[in-house]
Write a protein that binds this ligand. Structure first.
Ligand code: GLA
Length: 391
């Protein structure tokens, strides 16, 4: 059922509605570096979260989901504590927005997410969707950067995952067919136009069949390992350092890493290695995109995938298997697991004329190794898209 259909069913008397569509994102290069103030790239895709809504004057929230049972139904005057249900995301949006804005009007609405959860940053898309709907209901105008920061703050402080700004930025700034290049150090962005020789491409999204949750995963442990590496290197090098929570690998020049990498515990050293190498890959990748050199860009994406698995040491056995299969598959320019890597999906940049054979090749090989994933494994193809829109 579509969001509009369910809305009609739940609120038959309401005819005046608004719509938010927030796309999901993929990040071909620049994985696991945003929380260390690194450089990233990304696209929004033409699949995402849709919400049909109307404002309420009495401060009530009444939201239904096409994907999950139950209702998020409460008064905004109540204490908005987390209950570990899907409705937490709208509570968190209200709590976080209220730190800066006056949010008194509520919403009635229906939300619907496409595709299985995991790896495409559906959590950021849901948060941005709620925030935009609430902003519209309360006449709040926010800059794009403010929206990125507020959505990130909800995920960090209310949901409890120490994320960077990658997901929110891709889902807000992106423009169709352009590669988003973001430096999370100073929030500068560029929408990079592909060179004229760029062959046509689409994205394959390959679901491992295992859904993923970031909260409670090793995501926060990896962030702490990066910070520990940064702190240790600053101490070895006699650099000034402040609070541990404010230490980032970006604060430490790469030369210092080469000088002290063998003194640190191996795990910390590997996380730092991934950071410096991934940042360099992003710069090369952006240039390859500018030149229209998809083969070079794709090769870097494969290298990034390798580093995420073997150096940053994330990714499940399912995602590692998909990585090896993608490397062998004709028609794939480059691929890697998508997002944080705690199950979920992989992404690949593909030649659109070879989609059928790619699907057959990957499905056969993957299910031979994971037959138990037969019903939940899936491949879909999508294109790049614009960032979030309210209409
Ligand atoms: C998740 C986080 C992002 C980023 C990626 C890995 O999607 O939300 O901030 O760290 O993982 O690149």
């Amino acid at each position: 059922m579509t969001a509009a259909e369910l809305f009609k069913q739940k609120f038959p008397d309401i005819t005046e509605t608004q719509r938010v569509f927030c796309p999901y994102r993929i990040c071909p290069l620049g994985a696991h570096v945003d929380h260390q103030l690194g450089r990233v790239t990304g696209f929004a895709i033409d699949k995402g979260v849709e919400m049909i809504f109307t404002p309420t004057d009495d401060g009530m929230i009444e939201v239904y989901s096409c994907n999950y049972p139950g209702t998020a139904c409460f008064s905004m005057k109540d204490e908005l504590t987390r209950e570990f249900v899907w409705g937490d995301f709208i509570k968190g949006a209200i709590v976080t927005l209220r730190q800066k804005y006056d949010v008194t009007r509520g919403i009635k609405g229906v939300i619907r997410g496409e595709l299985p959860v995991g790896g495409l940053s559906s959590s950021a898309a849901v948060i941005i969707t709620y925030m935009l709907a609430l902003c519209s209901a309360n006449n709040i105008t926010m800059s794009q950067l403010d929206m990125v920061k507020t959505a990130q703050a909800e995920e960090r402080d209310y949901i409890g995952v120490n994320v960077g700004k990658l997901d929110q930025s891709c889902e807000i700034y992106s423009r169709k067919d352009k590669l988003l290049f973001l430096d999370t150090l100073d929030d500068s962005t560029e929408l990079v136009q592909a060179g004229t020789d760029m062959p046509s491409y689409e994205f394959a999204i390959i679901f491992s069949g295992v859904e993923r949750k970031l909260a409670g995963s090793a995501y926060n442990t990896r962030v702490d390992e990066c910070k520990s590496a940064a702190y240790a290197m600053m101490a070895y090098a006699g650099m000034d350092y402040g609070k541990f929570e404010e230490a980032h690998l970006r604060d430490v020049p790469v030369g210092i890493y080469y000088e002290y990498k063998d003194k640190m515990p191996m795990n910390w050293s590997k996380r730092a290695q991934h950071f410096y190498e991934e940042n360099a890959r992003v710069l090369k990748g952006v240039e390859a995109w500018r030149q229209g050199d998809l083969a070079a860009f794709g090769k870097l994406v494969f290298e990034s995938g390798y580093s995420s698995i073997h150096v940053y040491e994330t990714g499940s056995k399912e995602l590692s298997t998909l990585y090896e299969i993608m490397k062998e598959c004709d028609g794939i320019y480059g691929g890697r697991f998508s997002g944080a890597g705690f199950n979920g999906c992989s992404m690949a940049i593909v030649d659109p004329s070879k989609k059928e054979q790619i699907t057959a090749f990957i499905t056969e090989r993957y299910l031979a190794q994971f037959p138990e994933r037969k019903d939940s494994f899936a491949i879909c193809y999508c294109k790049s898209a614009d960032g979030v829109k309210l209409s």
